[in-house]
Write a protein that binds this ligand. Structure first.
Ligand SMILES: [Zn+2]
Ligand SMILES: [Zn+2]
Length: 256
């Protein structure tokens, strides 16, 4: 395609306590026309029907961790691809627990077995996969005892970071140094930190973005409490970070 445009679409910016206009975690990065999907929480498949009507173009799906709000639409995706005549191989990248999830899906919905070709790839720290147009590197993040990864996407001379779910993470700051775009979870207001020790608050996200010296910050994984106090949240980020801040709506496209 030769296009030098990298497009990031925020498919879902919400969290498990629901907001009516925000579905759960998911984003798409299109590089030279090729869609890479990161996370597939509830509602993301439907958002894709707006952002990527030709769903059968998907060949790469990266799952940051196996919490339900990041992967529950995977089984629905498999069924939709089958019914749309999918004839490619769906590469699914995720933590080792993916194997157990795949087995459980097969046992629960045996009619789906063999309907499309699925190739699992198990992520370990430092995992990397690439095509001629892009490289994706996984790094471990800080989500309590739960195995979880963030991703560095490098393409078209740009660097994009997706945090998945994490409390402030040194590994992430290292990977994000000087990145063009940091998409970071920002779950709850600073005053509710004790409710979500394994997630990040605005004050923490601001410090991470400042330490990593990224150009633009996108906040996602937004709980209703944070959205109700968005002004305070932005001020708290601003206390440390002077770059551009985006509070996306679902299906918003960010072009790099
Ligand atoms: Zn999680
Ligand atoms: Zn989550």
């Amino acid at each position: 395609m030769g296009s030098s445009i990298l497009e990031v679409t925020i498919l879902g910016s919400g969290a498990s306590v629901l907001s009516p206009d925000r579905v759960l975690a998911g984003l798409m990065i299109e590089i030279a026309g090729e869609p890479l999907i990161f996370d597939m929480g509830s509602g993301v498949l439907h958002r894709l029907s707006c952002s990527l009507p030709e769903l059968t173009r998907i060949e790469h799906l990266f799952i940051s961790h196996l919490h339900v709000d990041h992967c529950s639409d995977v089984v629905a995706l498999v069924q939709s691809l089958w019914l749309m005549g999918y004839d490619k191989t769906l590469n699914i990248y995720g933590p080792k627990h993916l194997e157990i999830m795949a087995k459980a899906i097969g046992e629960s919905f045996p009619y789906l077995i063999g309907k499309i070709k699925v190739k699992p790839h198990f992520i370990i720290p430092g995992f990397q996969t690439r095509s001629k147009d892009w490289t994706v590197t996984a790094f471990p993040v800080n989500h309590g005892d739960f195995e979880a990864y963030g991703f560095l996407i490098e393409a078209e001379g740009k660097r994009v970071i997706y945090s998945g779910d994490t409390a402030p993470s040194h590994e992430l700051i290292k990977a994000a140094k000087g990145a063009d775009l940091l998409i970071h979870e920002c779950s709850l207001p600073d005053r509710l930190k004790e409710l979500a020790p394994n997630h990040s608050t605005p004050g923490e996200v601001g410090k991470v973005a400042a330490d990593a010296e990224v150009k633009t910050l996108v906040i996602t994984h937004l709980y209703p409490e944070l959205l109700e106090e968005l002004g305070d949240a932005l001020r708290s980020i601003r206390a440390s970070f002077s770059g551009k801040i985006i509070v996306p709506r679902d299906t918003q496209i960010i072009t790099l």
